[in-house]
Design a protein around this ligand. Structure first.
Ligand code: BJW
Length: 258
């Protein structure tokens, strides 16, 4: 019943917004940040790391200690090591049923604005043509000297040179804690939030801002909040329709009904 209700809300919405988090890629094998138990990043990483013969290098680190400009300035080898490892892991994954379902929903609802906090590129790989990547992309580097962007699929180290200015100052083109999100991406999302009548939030813990504030804003304007998550964790916002379960099982059914 809730599934039909969610589909009907989305179908009728004039200015719908879709927001995904790490949970949508969990069924592809990409580790989430906080898992389902509010654990440090090591929780998910350790299991996969062990599966792939990697020792517990990251056991003593939290995502917040690696994904900051200060961490990178302190120890670029460590931070690049973390990103190279994640990049390799992500490169071995494929989009899952949830990514394909969102593509299908977007085809049926051309006015759906899609945003993701994920850096794995799996929405694009599933065929979604327009996706706002709020936190960057794991395959992209940015030169801290000349600011040029590049896609580098191989490992990067602190000595890897920028293809444009030849300096060795590449960083991941990822939004770290305390850094501003891409202006154009935020402008598009805030323009949508000003009129948004329904938001579909999938697989996020709602613990990182500004993304966690989107549903708050939609509710404030009396829009409908639809949430899909495997657990009903503490969120800074309330939902109107809560669909508990795996995104890869629920979203395809919604895609059929929209
Ligand atoms: C399933 C599932 C399945 C599992 N199906 N579900 C307001 C208040 C307080 C603090 C702040 C605030 N505004 C800003 C801040 C500071 C900070 C912040 O939010 N801190 C919090 C910790 C409180 N925010 C920032 O610093 C942001 N920048 C900013 O605001 O700049 C302002 C500024 C202005 C002027 C000058 C300068 C700055 C930047 C945030 C960047 C976040 N970056 C990260 C890491 C980098 C990316 C990377 O390396 O990959 O992005 S943090 C990490 O968390 C990552 C994620 O995108 C992000 C969100 O995580 P997500 O997606 O929610 O994942 P999880 O793991 O938390 O949750 C997974 C969920 O899936 C769970 O709920 C599961 O149950 C579920 N799930 N399997 C469905 N199969």
């Amino acid at each position: 019943m809730s599934m039909e209700k969610a589909a009907a809300v989305l179908r009728r919405a004039q200015y719908p917004l879709f927001l995904s988090g790490a949970g949508i890629s969990a069924e592809s094998g990409v580790p989430t940040f906080r898992g389902t138990r509010g654990a440090k990043v090591g929780g998910a990483m350790e299991g996969l790391a062990a599966d792939r013969g990697i020792d517990g290098l990251w056991n003593n680190y939290r995502a917040e200690d690696l994904a900051t400009p200060e961490a990178f300035a302190r120890d670029p080898h460590l931070v690049w090591g973390w990103y190279n490892w994640r990049k390799r892991l992500i490169a071995s994954t494929q989009p899952n049923a949830a990514h394909f379902a969102i593509h299908r929903i977007a085809q049926k609802l051309p006015n759906l604005l899609c945003a993701t906090q994920n850096v794995d590129g799996l929405h694009t790989l599933a065929g979604l043509e327009s996706i706002l990547e709020m936190h960057g992309n794991i395959y992209r580097t940015r030169c801290t000297q000349c600011q040029s962007l590049a896609i580098i699929r191989d490992d990067v180290t602190p000595t890897t040179q920028c293809g444009n200015c030849q300096s060795a100052n590449l960083r991941p083109d990822i939004v770290w804690f305390g850094e501003q999100l891409p202006r154009a991406v935020l402008d598009s999302i805030y323009a949508r939030l000003a009129v948004c009548d329904a938001i579909l939030v999938v697989g996020t813990s709602g613990s990182v801002y500004p993304a966690a504030g989107f549903a708050i804003e939609v509710r404030r304007r009396e829009g409908v909040v639809i949430e899909i998550n495997v657990e009903d964790g503490h969120k800074p916002y309330a939902h109107d329709i809560y669909l508990r379960g795996k995104a890869g099982e629920i979203l395809p059914q919604i895609a059929d009904l929209v």
